[in-house]
Write a protein that binds this ligand. Structure first.
Ligand code: WTA
Length: 663
């Protein structure tokens, strides 16, 4: 477990914050108003999951009603069997059909401020229906059929949401790649998914600069080959390469496309999307999510966890990128069915000034705000004067996701952003879980800084040892989920053995999340961090192996070992230890620095800028056990500057250690 300082501080945390009285007043209506209400519903959901979930599913339109709620043959769960529906219909058309076509579905704000003014677009459900249908017809026109995987690589523009909903509409699973990933990362994903259609933009705005999305796509296609059609949205004025016949402008194709496109009737268990995420070994894996269960679970969690209530002037804002699961579930799919406008912001939190987020909250009167601890730590560092310039009194609920939040950041969020008036929902979940599993409910759960508190309805979570035995209070163990839930992953695309091995082999009979955690005497969960070789950098998942492969793909590097180290802002930073080819040994300090910069840029090109190491050390050898395993724990301590006494007897060559400590 990587970040021992975080564990230390949470162990001593015992401040309890009841839901502030102002919350119920501001919200006007609270879905789950007390712990009694929470316990009663949670108990029901565990004792009678089929009854609970079939009632939850009634909030949606089904084209054919399901005949069975759950079929569970470990590790395969099927939900809402026999039912057909379409998530795009339930996000968009259902609102129009019910007479809410003129309600705002998406509020979008661009990053640049032309003439000092923000560029804002508001899309009603009716407009969204038209745009989505048009683009769905564009995809069909390019030969995309039900079941074909469409890759989307865009910035945070409304067309990203439009493209994903269009895919859902016609039953073509999407595979969205975060715009910060490299050409190589696109090539790997496109190849794995055998995706022949790609949707992108000429570029994306980030801190006043243009990220060359189309350039990366061109380079990726050169490597991967397989892509036949690329639709390009014009967002910037950058010059781009163009391949006639393969590349098409979004605006040209949509101009002539019809606004009529019926939703395909999808089976509950038809794949909705693939989303690649990092694991301990090998290349990123394509996590598969299906239609019915994901739809019901994400919308219900969004409603209860953020207390979404339509017709009460709420504006919900999640600052994640849609390229990550948080954006899939809690910008688009979980929010639109709740008929509360979802805000999308294109750019960086500190552009043009460090108060950009608070300016957005004030201007759009944001009521629910969902972000990552790493962002909160950055805001703390930038200073209180930035939020203080703005009226944040519209806020009702504050959320965090992606990594453990340190109590200092929690308290700052509570006081400086929430003026002590807003409950904080610290939500634990994963790409694989589809939706939030452990979380407070804002009007009910007393919160403790650093704890994600209690399981959501239908979630049977436990702290167990390797044998699956539940651990007593305050004893660390593995976080496991004992029963299936509707939005759980259905597999890893094209890799059944890895699916079973990763999630269902370590603890007999249960889903193993990959996190270490403990439960306190109240029953609250405290996440201690990953217990595998995954590191969580600024809330983004990276496999240490991925970064190591990127390093050794450079001529200078023979062997590399990558570990996570505590980092003030990122939570976890990346430390890399490399051994070098003799002819690449740097002669002096300047050459060493130059090589570090080269390797860091190389990793940025291979994976993406988020994977660039914070620290690179060169060494003659890596510490290994006699059986040849790299001693990562030892490297972690060395990188973090700690000198914990531990068992060195297995270290093969003791002189390696002395050398590493000396560098
Ligand atoms: C970590 C992001 C502590 C955890 C939605 C998990 C958290 C991994 C929290 C999944 C939280 C997520 N507290 N740790 N509230 N939320 N994590 O797939 O280690 O990008 O396994 O999904 O992030 O990351 P992923």
């Amino acid at each position: 477990m990587s970040d021992t300082t975080a564990i230390e501080s949470v162990l001593h945390e015992n401040r309890v914050f009841d839901p502030p009285a102002a919350f119920a007043r501001r919200a006007g209506h609270v879905h789950v108003p007390s712990m009694e209400a929470y316990h009663a519903r949670h108990r029901r959901s565990i004792e009678d999951p089929e009854g609970f979930w079939s009632e939850a599913a009634e909030a949606f339109d089904w084209f054919t009603p399901f005949s069975k709620v759950l079929e569970w043959k470990l590790p395969d769960a099927k939900w809402f069997l026999g039912g057909t529906t379409n998530i795009c219909h339930n996000c968009v058309d259902r609102q129009v059909d019910a007479g809410y076509g003129d309600d705002v579905a998406i509020i979008w704000e661009g990053e640049p401020m032309p003439g000092g003014r923000p560029e804002v677009r508001r899309l009603t459900y009716r407009e969204l229906q038209a745009e989505v249908s048009r683009f769905a017809n564009v995809l069909k026109g390019l030969g995309v059929e039900r079941g074909d995987i469409v890759t989307i690589y865009m910035g945070m523009v409304p067309e990203l949401a439009i493209a994903m909903l269009a895919c859902a509409r016609i039953g073509a699973p999407h595979s969205i790649i975060f715009g910060g990933f490299s050409a190589q990362a696109i090539a790997d994903r496109v190849t794995d998914a055998q995706s022949r259609t790609l949707v992108t933009a000429d570029g994306a705005w980030r801190r006043g600069k243009v990220v060359p999305l189309k350039g990366n796509v061109d380079a990726a296609i050169e490597m991967a080959g397989i892509v036949e059609n690329v639709v390009v949205l014009k967002r910037t004025e950058t010059a781009i390469g163009w391949t006639d016949g393969r590349d098409h402008w979004w605006h040209e194709l949509t101009a002539s496309a019809s606004e009529e496109c019926p939703c395909e009737a999808m089976d509950s268990e038809d794949m909705l999307f693939l989303l690649y995420t990092s694991g301990s070994t090998g290349k990123p894996k394509g996590i598969m999510h299906t239609t019915g269960g994901y739809m019901v679970y994400t919308a219900l969690t969004a409603r209860e966890v953020f207390n979404l209530v339509p017709d009460r002037d709420q504006v919900y804002w999640c600052t994640a990128d849609i390229g990550w699961v948080t954006g899939h579930s809690y910008i688009v799919y979980g929010i639109l069915p709740n008929r509360v406008p979802t805000l999308m912001y294109e750019g960086a939190p500190n552009h043009p000034e460090p108060d950009r987020f608070w300016d957005i909250v004030e201007r759009h009167k944001v009521t629910q705000f969902y972000t990552a601890p790493t962002a909160i730590r950055a805001f703390m560092k930038w200073g209180d004067e930035h939020p203080r310039k703005h009226d944040l009194s519209s806020l009702q609920v504050l959320g965090t996701v992606g990594e453990p939040i340190n109590p200092e950041a929690w308290i700052w969020y509570h006081e400086t952003i929430g003026s002590k008036q807003c409950p904080i929902v610290d939500t634990w979940w994963q790409t694989e879980t589809g939706g939030q599993l452990l979380t407070p409910l804002p009007g009910a759960t007393p919160t403790v800084p650093g704890s994600c508190t209690l399981p959501f309805f239908g979630i049977d979570a436990a702290i167990v040892n390797e044998q699956g035995e539940e651990q007593p209070a305050n004893t660390g163990g593995l976080l496991a989920i004992r029963q299936p839930w509707p939005s759980m992953l259905r597999g890893i695309y094209g890799d059944r053995p890895r699916f079973i091995d990763t999630y269902f082999s370590r603890i007999p009979g249960m889903y193993f999340a990959g996190d270490g955690a403990r439960r306190d005497e109240r029953g609250y969960f405290w996440i201690m961090g990953r217990v595998d070789d995954v590191i969580n950098v600024s809330g983004h998942r990276l496999g240490t192996m991925e970064v190591e492969s990127a390093l050794v793909s450079h001529d200078a590097v023979v062997e590399a070992a990558v570990v996570g180290i505590p980092h003030e802002i990122k939570g976890t930073g990346i430390a890399a230890f490399c051994t070098l080819e003799p002819q690449h040994q740097p002669a002096d300090e300047a050459a060493t620095e130059a090589l570090r910069a080269t390797l860091s840029a190389h990793v940025g090109r291979e994976i993406g800028p988020i994977a660039r190491p914070d620290l690179i050390r060169f060494t003659d050898a890596l510490p290994k056990t006699r059986s040849g395993k790299i001693m990562r724990r030892l490297l972690r301590d060395i990188a973090a500057g700690e000198d914990n006494p531990q068992d060195m007897s297995t270290l093969e060559d003791q002189s390696v250690l002395a050398q590493l400590r000396g560098t």
